[in-house]
Design a protein around this ligand. Structure first.
Ligand code: ZN
Length: 176
């Protein structure tokens, strides 16, 4: 009885140890993607991987300059690649590993993709120290429209709710 309890406890410890080793492995993998991206001149120093059942399903590296796409951050690239492989727009049950703390855009994309969990290595302060400062976006979100650096104005128009009303009446729609 005692023996089996000990065995059960050591099993739990082994499982949590191997899980945390997996986290390190995938974060190291993402960090190496980021480094390779810089070394090969393909973009910014960011990488991300999406893991399903302990295996890498998709990966992404920052491709903003290469693709002339300001949304081509590593996490977004990884989400796009994973969704293409899966043929769906949800990452249910999957885990996203990023070499760095996601910016507000990527964080939003990650929430929309609905993975099971997010892990990141470097902090946003580390990114800021080498010129990738996204703190101003967090600041922008927190202040009112009239205080934002991007002039932002709401103007009501007659048709503004028509698409919403049509959406509500539509029977066959794919909810997300
Ligand atoms: Zn981002």
């Amino acid at each position: 009885m005692e023996f089996s309890q000990e065995k059960a406890v050591s099993g739990i410890l082994e499982k949590s140890l191997s899980t945390s080793m997996n986290h390190t492995y995938f974060l190291e993998y993402a960090a190496k993607l980021a480094l390779r991206n810089v070394e090969e001149g393909k973009g910014g120093p960011f990488g991300a991987v999406i893991v399903k059942n302990g295996e890498i399903l998709a990966e992404g590296a920052n491709s903003v300059t290469r693709l002339a796409d300001p949304t081509a951050h590593a996490e977004v690239m990884a989400i796009r690649a994973a969704c293409e492989v899966l043929g769906t727009f949800q990452l249910t049950g999957l885990t996203l590993y990023s070499s760095c703390e996601p910016c507000p855009m990527c964080l939003g994309a990650i929430y929309w993709a609905r993975p099971e969990a997010l892990y990141f290595a470097a902090g946003k302060e580390d990114a800021s120290a080498v010129g990738f400062d996204d703190s101003f976006i967090y600041d922008e979100i927190a202040v009112g429209l009239d205080k934002r650096t991007l002039p932002t104005t709401q103007i009501h128009v007659p048709s503004e709710l028509h698409a919403f009303e049509r959406w509500q009446r539509t029977q066959q729609k794919e909810a997300y």
